[in-house]
Structures are given as structure tokens and as C-alpha cells.
Write a protein that binds this ligand. Structure first.
Ligand code: PMP
Length: 456
């Protein structure tokens, strides 16, 4: 046993440098005698012969981050594939079409012509100007390049926006069902996720009453995903105005609350037009708009997204980004400029196909027993409530206790992979992605129907 790594260091509190709650660093100058007198115990490493392979080496802050709840279904999918079995998947979170040809051309040109160096941390000026022009034209938003930070995907933009303002102990309102990264990002910032429920019967829309009930004196931010992953819910202009009114109420608790509006799916909407939350009167200054190229232009692998916000936020987020990843890929940024140049008509052809798939999925789900399904007005997901099947027994004796049980059974017996609602903080539902070929969708839904019919 390695004694050096086994013992605890005792430090007086006054000798500790505490850059943020939850972190403790030991000053390099502290000698071992000072350490010996100290009253605070810091365990350097726990039991085990290898100090580099034990639980205590992992930062407690990171331990608050939950691993993905979809892991069991994913693991079984991998196992089945390794055995050579075919799995039909409706799990994908990315479009099944290719980026527009102009994007591919711009990618090749950028690489060939030496556009392969670092750009400024905030992103190439041409791209930031193009983003401003796009937000003006389609969303009537008046951003200037200093309000834009281009990063490695919308996910980085969300993370940096949260880190910029959330202090340890701050509450962040997250409507359920939610995109699984939100609560974990909030926890990494030391914040406290406060979940407020939306309901399938209300089309998974956040109501003003629910928002008001979630606000406290400690609320720092509302995370608003519109259109929503996993439900496809799109909040109309009127609903956004109602939510904005709650945040502006005289004497209310919403007055100082930031809104992180994740609009990554905004181009993929059906009958309810999308409005940018920042365009609602009174909301521009306090809204951090997150968007990107992954979903709209099928550019997930390019890792390109952005934050649009008031300059103090963008500057802070850029400082963080400068110490984490520097700029986004110069080649991806060149492709992003080309993407914003693609005509609306060309973009629409892919979205029209999505609508046909959505309509087909809704029709088929309506034919199956025991489902409650809200009509998704955007994105490429549908999130039926399957809870009426919980407690039933499958032909092989498996008892379906909840969403994960159903997903595992569906995969094991019917070879169809879908995502458990437990991963989205909503155990009554499952998420089906229709960003797949019609052949896959048809086959997967036929199996889902067989599965549900067989449960007694
Ligand atoms: N927000 C939501 C709601 C998402 O679904 C995703 C991707 N699954 C992201 C952000 C991250 O997108 P990006 O690929 O741009 O990082």
C-alpha cells in the first residue's frame, strides 16, 4: 500500500485558497509542518494500491454530474450489434439528410485555400456579420458582431452562458421534459436545477402559472428550449409574451432572471411559427440566444454553434471559451458562412420531408393502444406518454415497470431502439426520432405496435 497517498493532509482554513465554492487548493508554499497543525482534513486519495485509479482522485464537483440515463439501452444496442443482430433505431438526434452542397464546397475550398488557422476567439468577423444579418432577416433581431460568440456547437454556447452568470447555489428553472445536458451543465456551474413540469395534455408547453410557481428569490435563469427536444413543442408568440409578462411582473420574482433561449431547432417548425424569445418586447437585454448549424443544416460533425447576447455576457463567455477551446474550427466557420447563404427554398425541401415523416408517425401512433401523444410542432421528435402500459406483463413474463423497462424490452424482443423518458426527466414518456428513412420508421412503428398490443 502506498502510504504517501493514503494519508490525509490537515490544513488550517486560513491557508486554503478557495476560488469558488466546492474547490479547495493547497498553496504550493505551505510546508508539511503547517499542514500537520491544520484542523481541516483533505483526503488526497483513498484506499487502493493505485492512487491514480481510485474514486477520491475525482473532483467532487464532477461527481455531481449524472451519467446518461440512456446508457442501458445504448449498451444493449451495442451488445446486440456485436452479436450481429440488426437493430432498428429511432434514437438519433441528428438529421438524416446531408448538408447543402454549397456547405460541402465551402468546406473543401477552405481547406484547400489555407483557411486553416485559428480565427479570433469569438469567431471570424465574416461569420459573425452573417449571423447578425440572418437573425435580422428571419427573427427581426438587432444584434451586432460584438454580441455574437461562435463556438464549438450550441452545447458549448449553453455551457458558457450558464457559467457566465450562475453562481453556486443559484436556482435555474428547467421545464421537464428537458434536454439531458441542461441540469448537468447547471450542476457543473454549482447551480441548482429547479424542474417545473409541462404536461402532455397541454402540448408540453410551459404555462405562465407554472413558470411563476417555479420562481424564487434565488432564481438566476430560465432555460427555455424552443422548439423543444425531446417533445417538439413550439411556444407561440402569444405564449412567449405571456411568459415574458411573468418575468416582468412588478414586485414579482422574475425581474432579474436571465433567459437562456436554446433555439437550435428553430428552422424546423411546422404550423406554429417560431419567434425568437429575444424579439419579445422587454426581453432582448436579458435573453441569451443559443443557436447553431447542427440541426438546421445537418452539420452536427462540424461542431459549430453560437451565443447571441448582450456584450458583457458575450465577453465573459468568450473569456471562458478562450481558456477552454479557443475558436471553433476555421473550416467549419467558412462552411457556416456558406450555410447562411443557402436559400430558404432550398432549406425547405428537407423540412418538408420531415413534416411528411412527422405526419406519418402521428397517424401510426394514433392507431396504437394506450398512448397519449402531443402534436410536435417542431424539431424531429415525438414524445408519446406510454404510462398506461406500466405494470403490464409481456408474453415472456417481463413486467414493464416504467419507460426504461419498456425500452429495454422493445429492444431485446422487437429489435427497436428508442430513448427512455427517464433520461429527459419525464418517466411517463419515450422519445422517438423520425430523422430516419421511411423504411426504418415504418418497420420500427410496426414493431412498437406489436409490442404494445402484446402487453397484458
Ligand atoms: N440544444 C439542444 C436542445 C439539442 O438537442 C442539442 C443537440 N442534441 C444541442 C443543444 C447541441 O447542439 P450542437 O450540436 O450544436 O452542440
Amino acid at each position: 500500500m502506498n502510504r504517501l497517498w493514503k494519508h490525509s493532509l490537515l490544513l488550517p482554513l486560513s491557508h486554503l485558497v478557495m476560488p469558488a465554492a466546492g474547490f479547495v487548493t493547497i498553496p504550493a508554499t505551505m510546508d508539511r509542518h503547517a499542514r500537520a497543525e491544520a484542523p481541516v482534513a483533505l483526503t488526497v486519495a483513498a484506499a487502493g494500491d493505485n492512487p491514480f485509479n481510485c474514486e477520491d482522485t475525482i473532483s467532487p464537483m464532477v461527481k455531481t454530474v449524472a451519467p446518461s440515463k440512456t446508457i442501458e439501452v445504448f449498451a444493449l444496442t451495442q451488445e446486440m450489434k456485436a452479436r450481429g443482430e440488426r437493430v432498428v433505431s429511432l434514437c438519433v438526434g441528428e438529421p438524416d439528410f446531408q448538408p447543402p452542397p454549397a456547405v460541402i464546397d465551402a468546406t473543401i475550398t477552405a481547406a484547400k485555400e489555407g483557411n486553416t488557422k485559428y480565427t479570433g476567439i469569438s469567431g471570424a468577423m465574416d461569420l459573425r456579420k452573417a449571423i447578425c444579418a440572418d437573425l435580422k432577416r428571419r427573427k427581426n433581431l438587432d444584434y451586432v458582431p460584438a454580441d455574437i460568440l461562435v463556438g464549438n456547437g450550441a452545447k458549448q454556447a449553453v455551457y458558457q452562458a450558464v457559467l457566465a452568470v450562475v453562481r453556486p447555489g443559484d436556482e435555474v428553472i428547467i421545464p421537464t421534459p428537458y434536454w439531458p445536458s441542461y441540469p448537468e451543465i447547471v450542476r457543473l456551474a454549482g447551480g441548482v436545477p429547479v424542474f417545473v413540469d409541462t404536461k402532455v395534455e397541454e402540448d408540453f408547453l410551459l404555462t405562465p402559472e407554472t413558470l411563476r410557481a417555479g420562481l424564487t428569490d434565488r432564481t438566476r435563469m430560465l432555460i427555455f428550449c424552443n422548439p423543444c427536444n425531446p417533445t417538439g413543442a413550439v411556444h407561440s408568440k402569444e405564449r412567449c409574451e405571456e411568459l415574458a409578462a411573468v418575468l416582468s411582473e412588478e414586485g414579482g420574482k422574475g425581474k432579474g432572471v436571465w433567459v437562456m433561449s436554446d433555439e437550435i431547432y428553430e428552422r424546423i417548425t411546422y404550423d406554429t411559427p417560431h419567434v425568437a424569445f429575444a424579439s419579445i418586447p422587454g426581453m432582448f437585454e436579458r435573453t441569451m440566444t443559443v443557436n447553431g448549424f447542427s440541426k438546421s443544416h445537418a452539420m452536427t460533425g462540424y461542431r459549430l454553434g453560437y451565443l447571441a447576447a448582450t456584450p458583457i455576457i458575450v465577453k465573459t463567455a468568450a473569456t471562458i471559451q478562450g481558456q477552454i477551446t479557443s475558436c471553433a474550427s476555421s473550416i467549419s466557420q467558412a462552411a457556416g458562412i456558406a450555410a447562411l447563404d443557402v436559400s430558404d427554398a432550398e432549406m425547405q425541401t428537407s423540412f418538408d420531408v420531415m413534416r411528411q415523416k412527422r405526419d406519418f408517425v402521428l397517424k401510426r401512433l394514433a392507431e396504437m393502444p394506450g398512448l397519449i401523444t402531443a402534436v410536435p410542432e417542431g424539431a424531429f421528435y415525438v414524445f408519446p406518454d406510454v404510462s398506461s402500459h406500466y405494470g403490464k406483463t409481456a408474453p415472456d413474463g417481463t413486467v414493464i415497470g416504467g419507460a426504461t423497462d419498456l425500452c429495454l424490452y422493445l429492444l431485446r424482443v422487437h429489435s427497436v431502439a428508442v430513448v427512455t423518458g427517464e433520461g429527459f426527466g419525464y418517466p411517463k414518456g419515450i422519445r422517438l426520432s423520425y430523422a430516419a428513412s421511411m423504411e426504418i420508421i415504418t418497420e420500427a412503428l410496426a414493431e412498437l405496435e406489436k409490442c404494445l398490443v402484446s402487453l397484458k
